[in-house]
Design a protein around this ligand. Structure first.
Ligand code: MG
Length: 298
């Protein structure tokens, strides 16, 4: 069955940004981009019509309908959530990977049967689609009730590890593995472990081959926060922790630090280099990003 949404140009931009890694151009001149993901095909037309096809089409269409507050469906689409969404499991995700300033945070969260009805009242969504203020509100409730393990790799340590030869994926793999180990011990249960995929299973195995007490995840899934509530919860806590740390760093150095990596971030890095020096920069930024080089050339 097909589901069609009519979006505004602004919504299309947001939509395509969300799928920027999957969206491909098309030979069909009417089509702006096509997104294919397992059992789903999304076609974005130049008319700003977006067509969802495939097994999970309804779920995705509904998600965006709600996200954009669209009410132009005569009948609201009724869909079953992904059958494994409420699977009792440990889910893990990280935050800060693409942010020049601020730490890398990784969180694993356990969602059991006993948490589900309460979690439903919080209306958990993909952390990337929630504003910071909302993230904070939800996260403070989550960390009160949900068992989790959180690791924050501060910038100095991060920079040291990268200089030691760890690539960012290996670093993430080790942090995820540590969170799984801690949390499994904490809850005293062996449950399925789901990782929001950042590398293949084989790479993960390779990156963690020297990790003591590794518990191999059950499942690696891209955009796992849409498929597993446990990952969605972990993702919110990881993001919350990142935002909080970035705020603290900003306060400490007296300069509001920006998220992400962009021309503005290059300029800010240059400003910090000029006014506070390299030592300070190493304490607040992931200096292996191209941003550092750009800042020195500005
Ligand atoms: Mg992720």
């Amino acid at each position: 069955m097909n589901f069609v949404l009519s979006l505004t140009s602004e919504q299309v931009l947001f939509f395509l940004d969300y799928y920027k890694n999957e969206a491909e151009p098309s030979d069909n001149t009417h089509i702006k981009r096509v997104i294919t993901d397992n059992e789903l095909t999304i076609t974005v037309y130049h008319t700003n019509k977006v067509v969802f096809q495939g097994k999970t089409a309804a779920k995705h269409a509904l998600f965006w309908q709600e996200k954009f507050g669209l009410e132009d469906f005569k009948q609201p689409i009724k869909v079953e959530m992904h059958s494994d969404y409420y699977l009792p499991s440990i889910g893990s995700d990280e935050s800060g990977v693409g942010d020049y300033f601020g730490p890398l945070t990784v969180c694993a969260a356990y969602v059991g049967e006993e948490h589900i009805s309460w979690l439903k009242t919080l209306k958990i969504k993909d952390s990337k689609l929630i504003k910071d203020v909302e993230i904070k509100k939800i996260a403070v409730q989550l960390i009160e009730k949900i068992p989790y393990s959180l690791l924050i790799l501060d910038n100095e340590k991060y920079n040291q590890m990268i200089e030691k030869g760890y690539n960012a994926h290996k670093l993430k793999a080790h942090l995820h593995a540590q969170c799984h180990k801690h949390l499994t011990k904490k809850i005293g249960l062996k449950v399925p472990i789901i990782v929001d995929q950042f590398c293949t299973e084989a790479q993960y195995k390779n990156y963690t081959k020297d990790f003591k007490g590794l518990i191999m995840p059950t499942h690696f899934q891209t955009k796992a926060e849409s498929y597993y509530l446990s990952v969605a919860v972990a993702s919110i806590i990881a993001r919350y922790s990142f935002i909080t740390k970035l705020d603290q760093l900003s306060e400490k150095i007296g300069v509001p630090l920006l998220k992400g990596a962009s021309g503005k971030v290059d300029e800010l890095a240059k400003f910090i280099l000029d006014t506070k020096g390299e030592k300070t920069l190493r304490k607040i930024a992931k200096v292996h990003f191209k941003t550092t080089q750009k800042a020195t050339q500005l």
